[in-house]
Design a protein around this ligand. Structure first.
Ligand SMILES: [Zn+2]
Ligand SMILES: [Zn+2]
Length: 234
């Protein structure tokens, strides 16, 4: 189930001579809903964060270990069950603190009910986060920086993480290749989602690579042109 698509450096076609990208990105597709979990790390210090550990804590930990990465924090785009099922396992193994936007607390707290509904399984509730993410916050991962942008609509406390030096964005369930996140779930809103994508994602340069929470990576410019929900032809 785990698919490790190692990817370093130059995302997209345009060179970024003034900002060499030494970050390491490793993706794993986990769980029943095929959620994309990413390890994002500094290539020099090997400090790493886990973005959206949705399932398969063991596989995520093994990937980190094989790559010599030290997991220092868990940061989530949002709290839907398919993005948080491995949070407890990663925390237990590494002691890494878990960070989430406060507006997704209600979603996190109803995790056992959601999992019962979707997976017909009983799980323990998750502890509240150790810290809260805010729009404009900069997360330091070794020498690298991730900018937090608040992008509600799919979930009330959804955020994305922009790595400007690497020209890439970890978009969770906002913008997908040729699609967008669901807006029919509790706490979701279509207009809010469209506004978030237009103002926080499509304002990024064309060559920024989008690493979504489901499905293949894409590019901002491609989606700006072709996306049936937010593309220019719509
Ligand atoms: Zn979601
Ligand atoms: Zn999802």
């Amino acid at each position: 189930m785990a698919q490790a698509n190692a990817e370093t450096g130059s995302a997209g076609a345009a060179p970024a001579p003034s900002a060499p990208n030494h970050a390491i990105v490793k993706g794993l597709t986990v769980g029943l809903l095929q959620e994309n979990c990413y390890l994002f790390a500094c290539g020099r210090t090997h400090s790493a964060v886990v973005i959206d550990p949705g399932d398969n804590a063991r596989g995520i930990l093994r990937t980190a270990q094989q790559s010599g990465l030290h997991i220092e924090a868990i940061i989530n785009t949002h709290a839907h069950f398919d993005h948080v099922m491995a949070v407890a396992g990663i925390k237990a193994a590494t002691g890494a603190p878990f960070h989430l936007h406060a507006a997704d607390l209600p979603i996190l707290r109803e995790l056992p009910e959601r999992v019962r509904l979707w997976l017909d399984t009983e799980i323990d509730p998750l502890d509240d986060p150790d810290g809260y993410l805010e729009h404009g916050q900069i997360i330091h991962v070794g020498d690298e920086e991730l900018e937090v942008r608040f992008t509600p609509g799919h979930a009330p406390g959804h955020v994305v993480f922009v790595h400007h030096a690497g020209r890439q964005v970890f978009a969770g369930d906002t913008l997908f290749q040729g699609s967008i996140g669901r807006y029919d779930l509790p706490g979701a809103d279509r207009d809010t989602l469209l506004q978030s994508i237009r103002e926080q994602l499509l304002t990024l340069p064309d060559d920024y690579v989008v690493y979504p929470g489901h499905g293949p990576a894409t590019e901002i410019g491609f989606e700006r042109q072709n996306n049936p929900y937010v593309g220019e032809g719509q």
